[in-house]
Design a protein around this ligand. Structure first.
Ligand code: ADP
Ligand code: MG
Length: 345
């Protein structure tokens, strides 16, 4: 059966800078998954599976986005992906991991933990209730300037080859996969990897991620169950992948130059490739032509989640500010198009 990509929208509160500048709020949630953008020359309404406005807590996003079901499906053996998408500074990292500043110096406030930590906790709950049946391991990669790097290996990050095989599809060779059994262990892998991720400060965001990061949890059923009717059933292998995309940005607005603008160009190029794949995939299956997954490392790694056998949740993030209007509209158009994409889990 075909399943649609589930797309939810999160509108973050206005930041201090935006308020101080006197930006107007141009995005309004209408309830029932509808959101309206009204500004001088624009008035448009968009619909999503759910809309979380500025007042929505991290917990509300976890409960209302379908994340819990996604974790359950991963335990059942499906490949599940959640990706956060939107302009730089729109709240992607916040939604996935919570505020970053607190992670380095002090323990995170539980109420502010993001989708990732909440999913880990739920996954481990599931794992405990099933006894020692599930074996869990994690890998953590970033795509920086079109190079795939391992965020968990020791030493300076080195580029890993991305390959394709008939049975596995696109995969990264030699990536490290670390076993874990407790919440503390996986949270510490997340922090360890995130600190190695390439970030730079620029005009729009002090901790702007300059790379796309993919954390994948591999879930294997340890016991091979025996069904009386079929003999031995194959063990299940599911994955749960969290993708924190680097934000799209206008080089002009972020004040980037030199190395920063090269980073921005490769970020923008891969996001463009992703957008291109999504708009082709959004056409009815019969009208599919060639889907250019090979145009970027990002689209290769997301091929299964987007058009293949995965189940995908997309969290589009936007700022409500009048200042971000054009980026906001582009995120909303992109996200609405993604709602038409289907996969065959
Ligand atoms: P991105 O990863 O999209 O570039 P961030 O997640 O780093 O953006 O968010 C940019 C800033 O906005 C951060 O300072 C973050 O703490 C703040 N922020 C984002 N979303 C929220 C939210 N829902 N509530 C409060 N602050 C938020
Ligand atoms: Mg970020």
């Amino acid at each position: 059966r075909e399943t649609r990509l589930r797309v939810v929208l999160r509108v973050r509160p206005l930041t201090c800078t935006e308020t101080r500048r006197g930006d107007r709020r141009v995005v309004h949630s209408l309830g029932d998954g509808a959101v309206q953008v009204s500004a001088a020359r624009h008035d448009a309404t968009f619909g999503f599976s759910a809309v979380f406005d500025a007042g929505a807590s991290q917990e509300a996003v976890f409960e209302g986005s379908g994340m819990r079901q996604l974790v359950e499906m991963a335990v059942d053996g499906f490949s599940c992906t959640v990706f956060a998408f939107g302009q730089t500074g729109s709240g992607k990292t916040y939604t996935l991991m919570g505020p970053l500043t607190q992670s380095k110096t002090q323990p995170a406030t539980p109420a502010l933990l993001g989708l990732m930590q909440r999913s880990f906790a739920y996954l481990l709950e599931q794992s405990q209730s099933r006894g020692s049946e599930l074996a869990l391991s994690a890998s953590y990669l970033e795509i920086y300037n079109e190079q795939v790097r391992d965020l968990l290996s020791s030493g300076p990050p080195c580029a890993l080859p991305l390959r394709w095989s008939k049975t596995r599809g696109f995969y990264v060779e030699n990536q490290l996969s670390v076993d874990f059994e407790s919440l503390e262990a996986i949270v510490s892998l997340l922090l360890q990897g995130s600190q190695r991720r390439r970030t730079s400060a620029h005009a729009l965001n002090r901790h702007s991620s300059r790379s796309h990061a993919l954390l994948t949890i591999h879930i294997r059923s340890r016991t091979v169950s025996t069904c009386p009717a079929l003999g031995t059933c194959p063990s299940k292998q599911g994955t749960l992948c969290f993708v924190d995309l680097a934000g799209s940005e206008r080089v002009k607005e972020t004040g980037s130059s030199g190395e920063l603008s090269m980073e921005a160009n490769s970020i923008n190029r891969s996001l463009l490739a992703l957008g291109h794949c999504i708009s082709l995939l959004a056409k009815p299956r019969g009208k599919w032509t060639h889907i250019p997954y090979r145009d970027s490392k990002l689209t290769r790694l997301l091929a299964r989640s987007l058009g293949g056998s995965g189940i995908t949740l997309m969290v589009a993030c936007i700022s409500p500010s009048s200042h971000c209007l054009s980026e906001t509209l582009s995120t909303l158009h992109y996200a609405s198009r993604a709602r038409r994409v289907t996969t065959r889990p």
